[in-house]
Design a protein around this ligand. Structure first.
Ligand code: PGA
Length: 253
C-alpha cells in the first residue's frame, strides 16, 4: 500500500522565530506512529535551521526549488547536492508559481527533476492546468505533456523515487478546491500515463493533490483511491490545520 505524504509548502513565509514556534507545535501534534510521511518545505535560508530544529524527529525537510545545474558560476542558485548536504530529502520542481512568475518551461522543469534525482533528492514534480485550459477541456493534454517532458529527458526510472503532485492552477491559494471526483479523474489519468511506461513504478507512485487543501476538505480528497496525500500551502502555516490534515491522511487506509 502506498504510504501517504503530507507536504507543507511554506512558500515565501516565515522567520526564524515563527518557524521554530510552528515546528515546535507540529512535533508535538503530528504523531510519529502515524503511517504517513510529513515533510515541510521552508525557504532556502531557513533549511539548515529547520533541519536542526527537527533533528532526530519524524518530520522531514524539503526545498521549494533547485538549480538544474550541478554547480559552478550560477549566481543566486542552489544545487541539489547543496540541498542534500544540509539535510533535505525532497525538493519541489515545476510548481505553478515557478512556471508562471519565473517562466520555467517543461524542459527546464525536466532538467531540474533530473538534477534532483542525480543529487540524491526525491523530486516532487508539480503539474496542473490553468482555468482556461480546464474550460477548453485541455486538462489531460496539459498534465500529460508536463509529465511526458520529464520522461523524455530522464526516462521513467526517476519516478521510482519521485512524487507527483497534481495542482490545478485555479485551485492554488484561491480557496477554490477541485472536487474529489475531479481530482481522482486526473490522478487516475496520471497513473495510467506512467503505467504505459512501467506498471510497477506507477502502482507505487505517490500522487498528491494540491490546491486549497484544508482541514475541512482533506478527508474527502484523501478518500479517493489515487490520492496519496496533499501538497499544502496556506494551511501548512497553521499547526492546528496542518495537524488535522495529517490526521486525515493517517486514517486513509
Ligand atoms: P494552497 O497552495 O494550499 O495555498 O492552495 C498549494 C501549493 O501551491 O502548493
Amino acid at each position: 500500500m502506498r504510504r501517504p505524504i503530507v507536504a507543507g509548502n511554506w512558500k515565501m513565509h516565515g522567520s526564524q522565530a515563527l518557524n521554530r514556534a510552528l515546528l515546535g507545535e507540529l512535533e508535538g501534534q503530528v504523531k510519529p506512529e502515524w503511517p504517513i510521511d510529513v515533510v515541510v518545505f521552508p525557504p532556502f535560508v531557513y533549511l539548515t535551521d529547520t533541519v536542526r530544529t527537527l533533528e532526530e524527529g519524524h518530520i522531514l525537510v524539503g526545498a521549494q526549488d533547485v538549480c538544474a545545474e550541478s554547480g559552478g558560476a550560477f549566481t543566486g542558485q542552489v544545487s541539489a547536492s547543496m540541498l542534500k548536504d544540509v539535510g533535505c530529502t525532497f525538493v519541489i520542481v515545476g510548481h505553478s508559481e515557478r512556471r508562471r512568475w519565473y517562466h520555467e518551461d517543461d524542459s527546464l522543469v525536466a532538467r531540474k527533476f533530473a538534477a534532483a534525482v542525480s543529487g540524491g533528492l526525491r523530486p516532487v514534480l508539480c503539474v496542473g492546468e490553468t482555468l482556461e485550459e480546464r474550460e477548453a477541456n485541455m486538462t489531460e493534454a496539459v498534465v500529460g505533456r508536463q509529465v511526458d517532458a520529464v520522461i523524455a529527458l530522464h526516462g521513467i526510472s526517476g519516478f521510482a523515487e519521485a512524487v507527483l503532485a497534481y495542482e490545478p492552477v485555479w485551485a492554488i491559494g484561491t480557496g477554490r478546491t477541485a472536487s474529489p471526483e475531479q481530482v481522482q479523474a486526473v490522478h487516475a489519468f496520471l497513473r495510467h500515463r506512467i503505467s504505459a511506461h512501467d506498471a510497477k513504478i506507477a502502482a507505487h507512485l505517490r500522487i498528491l493533490y494540491g490546491g486549497s487543501v484544508k482541514a475541512g476538505n482533506a478527508a474527502e480528497l484523501f478518500a479517493m483511491p489515487d490520492v496519496d496525500g496533499g501538497l499544502v500551502g496556506g494551511a501548512s502555516l497553521s499547526a492546528d490545520e496542518f495537524r488535522q490534515i495529517c490526521a486525515a491522511a493517517a486514517v486513509r487506509h
